[in-house]
Ligand binder design. Structure first.
Ligand SMILES: Nc1ncnc2c1ncn2[C@@H]1O[C@H](COP(=O)(O)OP(=O)(O)OP(=O)(O)O)[C@@H](O)[C@H]1O
Ligand SMILES: Nc1nc2c(c(=O)[nH]1)N[C@H]1C(S)=C(S)[C@@H](COP(=O)(O)O)O[C@H]1N2
Length: 202
């Protein structure tokens, strides 16, 4: 049971960016932004202000969009799409171009989790970086890959086979000076060292 004396969760601004030539030009319906939004609402207790962007696979547009979202105060920016090897897949290059620090563990863990779902997981060149007080993470373009990489792989009984990368996101955001993110344990159990933990909400 949640202690009623707990202060309310801090608000957080999150940028969500769907990068797809076809979705951004109307060839197909964008499923990236709804998938990102749905998962984050399920996973977090914090009130979220989403800043959504649907853009084409153009390196400069992607970099400019990421910088604008960071400047607008997004503590977290999640992108989906454009991480593969095709000529128009330039999301990692656009992300690294505006990085202050690279965070290689996120990409490594996402590829490792994703190999439990598809052998082509190794084709994703996804990266994560810190820019100012914002963590930016690339996710693959397949809409189902969003929950897979954020939440992890589960056995039929619901137990975790591989931890999703979101478990490490709240503490990373603590360390770069952002709001205290509180996750719903049924979706994602955030890990923080004991000294950084506040009372759990559920
Ligand atoms: N925003 C999206 N909405 C719905 N489905 C998507 C989206 N992005 C990707 N997909 C699906 O995932 C597949 C792989 O994504 P990928 O990012 O490689 O797309 P793509 O082949 O480069 O084309 P595009 O950039 O035009 O979406 C796509 O072929 C499509 O079926
Ligand atoms: N979890 C997960 N990861 C995944 C996939 C997937 O379906 N699920 N698709 C893979 C495929 S087929 C490709 S080509 C790469 C790059 O995808 P992108 O260009 O859409 O970002 O992500 C890979 N990673």
């Amino acid at each position: 049971m949640t202690d009623p004396a707990l202060p309310p969760p801090e608000p957080v601004k999150i940028g969500i960016v769907s990068i797809s030539d076809r979705a951004s030009s109307g060839v197909y319906e964008d499923k990236g932004l709804p998938a990102l939004q749905d998962w984050l609402v399920r996973a977090l207790h914090n009130p979220i202000e989403f800043v959504p962007r649907l853009i084409a696979d153009e390196q400069q547009t992607i970099s400019d969009t990421l910088v604008a979202l960071v400047d607008a105060g997004c503590s977290l920016v999640l992108t989906t799409g454009g991480t593969g090897p095709a000529p128009r897949d330039v999301t990692p290059e656009a992300t690294l171009a505006i990085a202050h620090k690279e965070m290689p563990g996120f990409g490594e863990q996402m590829r490792s989790i994703s190999l439990r779902f598809v052998p082509t997981a190794i084709l994703s060149r996804q990266v994560a970086v810190v820019r100012s007080q914002s963590l930016i993470i690339n996710l693959p373009g397949q809409p189902k890959a969003i929950a897979e990489t954020l939440e992890g792989a589960r056995a039929a009984d619901g137990s975790l086979l591989a931890a999703g990368i979101f478990a490490a996101v709240p503490y990373c955001i603590d360390l770069i000076g952002g709001p205290y993110l509180e996750t719903r344990e049924a979706v994602c159990k955030a890990f923080r060292p004991k000294t950084a933990q506040r009372p759990l909400r559920d």
